[in-house]
Design a binder for this molecule. Structure first.
Ligand code: SDX
Length: 431
């Protein structure tokens, strides 16, 4: 089939050019605009990158209108139903589902790297007593680059792979240490005979004074939540990791930048913001008042956990999380959780309201996850830390895909300059 081209005509001066169309394996094609500046002396303008592809990627596919999410072509529903988190992590990083032997070897490699350098532990005590755990995560993960900076050659595939293993392995240990710091409790070391999520729960909730064994329902719920949060195409934090990594900085610093971006309430910080919002709403009777506030353009209040840049249909992850939510609360006997009842009523009312229906604002992944975390005894300010653990594999898979591309160039967007034209300098006495 002949290559598809898009003709661009500058009606002012009759200039015209044909831009090649790059076809996707699925979803929208893209117009290659790299010749636009040369031919028309113009940049494109797309604040928020609403319609701009920043890269080619083979990792995750999303169809926002159909509510589709696939990791390496596998529907999220199938992966959530049949896999454990490290199986999905292998898929995202290496591009294929592992055999039993491959998975066992991958799990052993992760297990061997779950400890953090003892000197790293002193970083935690340097933070103010009430520092937000996401501030601690950003700082401590960024400091990993100080521990591994010398022995990583990002052009060496083995070094890249070791960095990926280290990040996936150490994130739960660092996250649990953030929680223990908050509680003033001793850190709990990882245990090599436990699986990834059981190990994490033990590091979070075990006490030196008694035995701890993670509830299998809680372990499965956490493992599922890590799967659902693992990757999501070129979201803000993943794009941050790619942009930082494109300069050749080491992957630990790039992932620390991704953590900083995820922290924002418009992004991964929304799960914490949902619970704070439910606390603010307080009762079912108050819901209409807050729905009105969410619709008021003069009011900065937004319905946290609703809406999505890509999904203009129900977020497929939210549908799965909603089911886990009921299972966990049913098992932990907190089914009468006022927050869940409030959340369900809020969802029901919002989904019938013209404003939300017209704008296709559905509950997203963050709407229910916070309620599950709370039921598991995880405090609200740790919710985005939980998102960080799941998303680390997505970040490092995109970083690996980018860095291993020989055509990699540093990311350096341009701008539409609207500032002052040249001005004559005036000495301070003349201003
Ligand atoms: C995540 O990108 C990803 O993939 C992210 C993520 C991932 O896995 O990485 O999926 C995780 O970040 C999920 C999103 C979590 N954030 C929230 O729940 C915060 C609340 N949601 C909004 O802030 C908002 O919906 C965004 C940021 C998620 C999306 O913003 P967009 O795409 O820029 O949409 P928009 O702001 O242009 O909204 C379009 C309209 C506007 O109204 P009009 O100007 O058309 O009249 O919808 C309104 C907005 O005011 N709107 C909302 C709303 N979200 C959008 N109104 C009330 N409440 C909301 N939550």
């Amino acid at each position: 089939m002949a290559e598809r081209k898009i003709k661009i005509i500058d009606s002012n001066n009759g200039l015209e050019s044909e831009l090649p169309v790059l076809e996707a394996s699925e979803g929208p094609s893209t117009i290659d605009i790299s010749s636009l500046y040369r031919d028309f002396d113009c940049f494109t303008y797309d604040p928020g990158f609403m319609a701009t592809a920043s890269c080619k990627s083979a990792i995750t596919y999303i169809d926002g209108d159909k509510g589709i999410l696939r990791y390496r072509g596998y529907p999220i529903e199938d992966l959530a139903e049949n896999c454990k988190f490290l199986e999905v992590a292998y898929l995202l990083l290496y591009g294929n589902l592992p055999t039993a032997d491959e998975l066992e070897n991958f799990e052993q490699r992760i297990t061997q790297h779950t400890l953090i350098n003892e000197n790293l532990k002193s970083f935690f005590s340097g933070f103010h007593y009430d520092a937000h755990p996401m501030a601690v995560m950003t700082g401590v993960v960024g400091s990993l680059s100080a521990f591994y900076h010398d022995n990583i050659d990002i052009n060496n595939p083995e070094d890249r792979d070791l960095a990926a293993i280290r990040l996936v392995a150490k994130m739960p240990t660092i996250a649990a240490a953030c929680f223990k710091r908050l509680r003033g409790e001793p850190f709990v070391y990882p245990q090599n005979d436990l699986d990834y999520s059981s190990n994490f729960l033990r590091m979070m909730f075990a006490q030196p004074t008694e035995q701890y064994e993670a509830d299998p329902v809680m372990t499965r719920a956490i493992d599922l939540l890590f799967i659902l949060h693992a990757d999501h195409e070129q979201n803000a934090s993943t794009s941050t990791v790619r942009l930082v990594g494109s300069s050749g900085s080491n992957p630990f610093a790039a992932v620390a930048a991704g953590i900083a971006s995820l922290w924002g309430p418009a992004h991964g910080g929304a799960n914490e913001a949902v619970l704070n919002m439910l606390d603010m709403i307080g009762s079912i009777q108050n819901i209409p008042k807050f729905i009105d506030r969410a619709k008021d353009k003069d009011d900065p209040f937004r319905l946290m956990g609703f809406g999505h840049r890509v999904y203009k249909n129900y977020d497929p992850r939210a549908a799965i999380i909603r089911k886990i939510c009921h299972e966990v609360l049913g098992k932990l006997g907190d089914h009468g959780d006022p927050q869940l009842e409030l959340a369900m009523k809020l969802e029901e009312i919002a989904l019938q309201d013209e404003y939300f229906v017209e704008r296709k604002l559905y509950p997203n992944v963050d709407f229910y996850s916070g309620i599950i975390y709370r039921a598991l005894g995880i405090p609200t300010n740790m919710f985005t830390v939980m998102f960080t653990i799941g998303r680390t594999i997505g970040w490092i898979s995109h970083w690996t895909e980018m860095i291993s591309d020989p055509r990699l160039r540093i990311g350096r967007p341009r701008q539409l300059y609207i500032g002052p034209t040249q001005q004559a300098f005036r000495q301070i006495g003349e201003r």
